[in-house]
Design a protein around this ligand. Structure first.
Ligand code: SF4
Ligand code: MG
Length: 329
């Protein structure tokens, strides 16, 4: 297959607590039928408001939460039905970078120890000269001073800690990295440095990224292709350039109109979205976006729009574009 990752109709539902009389009260449909493909060396950005299911999508692909149904093929192997033991043996190939690496760095270990553990896949080791060399090389690779190897996590700034988080992720030579809001906690001036580092590492190491962010500016910086998520589904997916030149879905248009990047080709009127994201426990019938959509039609309240390929690298799920039922109102 030309793809490293093929995701088909991925669903991850979380059961709601039972009601007062023991009745089942439904599911939170965090991920509700997500499909996409990812080529080796490519970056797919997933953008959407908080609660749209983008983080759960990333975790479901890595099987950090087990999906309810669908298919996730990584390097040709189906992960969803894979037994835990086999999954563990594949963990090195798939890593995750978190928003707050500090929360996952043991404060009592020096970063040399933390990275030595990562390099030896979890096993605490006597420090050998060879391991020391590998740790120092890793620090250099992510732009940290090797002389600081024996410092503790709290002695580093937020941006430096994210470099440590990245070093730990690439230590095991993964193929796929899911980056979940990796720069959202950082100052804007530091964000670009981390994004540039990730791009350099991608080029040098052939990494493939699934890059998750609520920030369309960040997504624009790093992505080759972009998927826009709303309430557990991808509503539009396209090449970056194409999506910014010709956003089709009203939700994508609203997101873009809110980005303060001057673009003379684009209408500058800001589209203000009414209301909050509805609960994924009780999503609106039909198009889940219809209560907030300025272009909603009668059909939108009844029929869920299916994804439609507009061009080879551009698909959208919206009744404004060639829905078969569109003529009935
Ligand atoms: Fe708006 Fe209808 Fe398109 Fe949904 S399907 S985004 S409600 S026009
Ligand atoms: Mg790239």
């Amino acid at each position: 297959s030309e793809y490293l990752l093929v995701v088909e109709d991925l669903k991850t539902y979380f059961p709601l607590k039972k009601g007062l009389f023991g009745q089942k009260t439904g599911d939170i449909k965090a991920v509700d039928g997500v499909s996409f493909q990812l080529r080796q060396g490519e970056t797919l950005g997933i953008v959407g408001e908080s609660g749209c299911g983008k983080s759960t999508t990333g975790r479901s692909i890595l099987q950090l939460v087990r999906p309810s149904s669908g298919s996730v093929r990584f390097g040709g192997e189906e992960l969803i039905s894979m037994p835990h033991a086999k999954l563990r043996s594949m963990r090195n190939q798939m890593q995750i970078i978190f928003q707050d690496p500090y929360a996952s760095l043991n404060p009592r270990l020096t970063i040399a120890t933390i990275l030595a553990e990562a390099l030896s896949v979890g096993a605490r080791q006597e420090e050998t000269n060879e391991m020391r060399e590998r740790v120092l090389a890793l620090l250099q690779l992510v732009g940290l001073n090797p002389n600081h190897a024996d410092r503790y996590p709290h002695e580093f700034s937020g941006g430096q800690r994210q470099r440590i988080g990245i070093a730990r992720a690439i230590a095991v030579k993964p193929k796929l990295i899911v980056a979940d809001e990796p720069v959202s906690a950082l100052d804007v001036s530091i964000q670009a440095q981390i994004l540039n580092l990730m791009q350099d590492l991608q080029d040098d190491l052939g990494l493939t990224y699934l890059f998750i962010s609520h920030d369309l500016g960040v997504i624009k910086h790093i992505s080759d292709r972009i998927a826009v998520m709303y309430l557990g589904r991808i509503v539009e997916i396209a090449d970056k350039k194409r999506l910014f030149q010709q956003p089709l879905h009203p939700y994508t248009q609203a997101l873009m109109s809110a980005v303060p990047i001057p673009n003379p080709n684009q209408k500058k009127d800001r589209i203000v979205l009414g209301g909050d994201v509805p609960s994924p426990a009780n999503p609106p019938v039909g198009c889940a976006f219809h209560p907030r959509c300025s272009q909603a039609m009668e059909i939108c309240k009844r029929v869920r729009p299916q994804e439609l390929a507009i061009e080879r690298n551009h698909a959208v799920a919206c009744h404004l574009y060639g829905s078969p039922e569109r003529s009935d109102h």
